[in-house]
Design a protein. Sequence first.
Length: 266
Amino acid sequence: MPTPLYHRVYLVLRERIAAGRYGPDGRLPSEFEIMAEFGVARVTARRALAELEAEGLVERGRGRGTRLRPGASVREVRATLEGLFENLLAMGLETRVRLLAVEDRPAPVEIARALEIEPGSPALHAIRLRLLEDGPFSHLSTWIPGPVAARLRRADLAHKPLLSLLEEAGVEVASADQTVSATLAEPPAAGLLEVPVGAPLLVVERLVRERGGRPVEHITGLYRPDRYRLRLSLARARGEPGPWIAGDGTAGAPRGDEPRREEAER
């Protein structure tokens, strides 16, 4: 099921609001201007503006058009490369989590390979939904090797960041490898994230290692792109022409050879 056209127009307008694209008077395009720019019917333009109004971002009035609501701001989660684990902890503390499932399961082949354990070995599988005040923004599927999971208080998964739980259990988390890609929302994740089936989502896969290199967590996160942004800071290496380096000192790399230690919220 494709994303409705009005919702796509809404997402573009919402991103423009977040980027400060509308001037000091806060005036948004009229329904007719949206029709001309996006090539859509008036009912589609009206529905997109109604979505912004329902979110509390704009005010609409006959004869006054559509303007930004005073003090309104787009709520989104930002992540940077600086301070990887500090940022993960902050995201965990600033958002709410809903624990959907937690159980011991034999590790599937792909998960076992990532965690460097034998396929079928005991592992803890947790599924969580993380939310902002205005709704969900991420669906997280986490696998932890059995020996590590045995040291965790599972009831705490519902109200503490997993990184904190690992450290409380004596795991000295040292590094993480991460990839970011895109996918289409499938049930049941689409319903939990409150997006249509087939809506675009960001996929973040992260493998966390303790000091010494042993994997202690594999996480796959599905993120709503209208509520989550990954930011990467780059600078010239040694101030001279040549490769760019990320904010954590990691050299940039072409597609297929991604830099290590990117960051996203948990």
